[in-house]
Design a binder for this molecule. Structure first.
Ligand code: AMP
Ligand code: MG
Length: 404
């Protein structure tokens, strides 16, 4: 049996970030930036008003109060997107809206709330300090500043900045295209009639969703029966398209374990036993003319999910261009005593609890088929190989699954 680390190192060998492509900015959402971006203009790019109000010479309002308001002649009106055609001189104001360029001569903006709102003549009830309510050019970002580095994950916040510096498209690592194929003659589509002995294919939904949560664009195929020719032709159809193929089922010691039987013969796919529970039978390799990576997961749903988290998610994240590809261990207090077969690393499905979410409790239903238990879990308690038990109240390593 291989350790989790040794097997994972084999699976990760030769896996690299997908070659960068230029993408329309909106499609780059959720991708990893492959280039440095600098600002071709400062942000803001011109001095502008941060309030709806009046651009003034601040000295004009030195003694203004509601009893003795200052009175200014309004000579112009600038909405956002326009420039003033007049200048501000002592005794004069220009009505201005948020985001409009500061008129020449003005050194402050009085918010409309501090005035009577006049359009020809305005009364101002308060003084204003020099520079008030002006957003200065470059106060956020300077011309030529590097605003983003390669490796940046592009969320809504980053798209906002890229758009602001004029990037209509950007060079990113594309999201890997992942194809998920469930195998098993017992599988039917959810929503269709369940005859005795059949079950619904849940793994393809589990794995497509998990792949998407990991950052892939994932595609689901209808379940494939345990037939070598059907499986092979289904696989071949996907080879020209997929960056990664994930299969579920058919990799154990059963008589109809088609995936293992067919792929073993190719000589490019390795099957192994990994010292983990659940998820011992595993396989990975490359197939087809482009040596497309394939990872063959066990069919039991919980095994498939633990295996996905352990081996497939790091592959997807690497292809996507991430540097931090593993979920870190966090520590928590285990509320109950646990026994653990010491030959294997245990991934106990558990739930955070306590006021500060600092404790963990195993969910009910720890079988590798137990999708009910899995749906309750938001973490794995990880018990290392070699350890036979965990005492109640002990600190344990936990993989937090609450964030994608
Ligand atoms: P296998 O790895 O093919 O031997 O399957 C192990 C167990 O997982 C069996 O009980 C299968 O019925 C079940 N199983 C396999 N594939 C799926 C699937 N796609 N959805 C739900 N259960 C599955
Ligand atoms: Mg099967």
């Amino acid at each position: 049996m291989l350790s989790v680390e040794d097997y994972r190192a084999q699976v990760m060998t030769g896996v690299t970030a997908l070659a960068p492509i230029e993408m329309p900015l909106i499609d780059a959402h959720g991708c990893v930036l492959a280039t440095e971006v600098s600002a071709p203009w400062p942000l803001p790019s011109f001095d502008n008003s941060s309030m709806d109000g009046y651009a003034v010479v601040s000295a004009d309002l030195a003694g203004a109060s509601s009893e003795h308001p200052a009175r200014l002649t309004v000579v112009d009106d600038v909405p956002a997107g326009f420039r003033a055609t007049e200048v501000v001189v002592p005794g004069v104001a220009i009505r201005i809206m948020t985001g409009a360029p500061m008129p020449d001569g003005a050194d402050a903006v009085v918010p409309v709330e501090k005035t009577d709102g006049g359009t020809d003549l305005v009364q101002v009830n308060e003084p204003v300090s020099l520079g008030a309510n002006i957003r200065l050019a470059g106060e956020d970002v300077l011309l030529g500043d590097v605003v983003m580095y390669p490796g940046t994950y592009l969320t809504a916040r980053q798209l906002s900045l890229l758009a602001s510096v004029g990037k209509g498209s950007v060079l990113v690592h594309p999201k890997p295209r992942v194809v998920v194929i469930s195998t098993g003659s017992e599988l039917v589509e959810p929503g269709t009639e369940l005859r005795r002995g059949l079950i619904t294919d849940s793994n393809s939904y589990l794995l497509v969703a998990a792949a998407q949560e990991a950052g892939a664009v994932a595609f689901r195929l209808p379940p494939v029966i345990d037939d070598e020719d059907v499986f092979m032709s289904t696989l071949e159809d996907q080879l020209h398209f997929a960056d990664l193929i994930i299969t579920s089922g058919g990799v154990s010691m059963g008589a109809y374990d088609t995936v293992k039987a067919v792929l073993s013969r190719l000589g490019t796919v390795t099957f192994a036993k990994v010292a983990m529970n659940p998820g011992m039978p595993q396989g990975y390799g490359r197939i087809g003319p482009s040596a497309t990576p394939i990872i063959t997961l066990p069919g039991n749903p919980v095994s498939a999910y633990v295996s996905f988290e352990t081996f497939v998610r790091p592959v997807i994240r690497t292809m996507q261009g991430h540097k931090d590809i593993y979920r870190p261990y966090v520590q928590a207090i285990c509320e109950v005593e646990l026994a653990s077969p010491p030959a294997k690393r245990q991934f106990v499905r558990a739930k955070f609890g306590g006021a500060d979410k600092a404790t963990v409790t195993p969910v009910r239903g720890q079988g590798s088929h137990a999708v009910g238990g899995l749906s309750q879990a938001d973490c794995f308690i990880v018990i290392p190989a070699g350890q036979a038990a965990v005492a109640a109240g002990a600190t344990v390593d936990v993989i937090d699954l609450r964030n994608w």
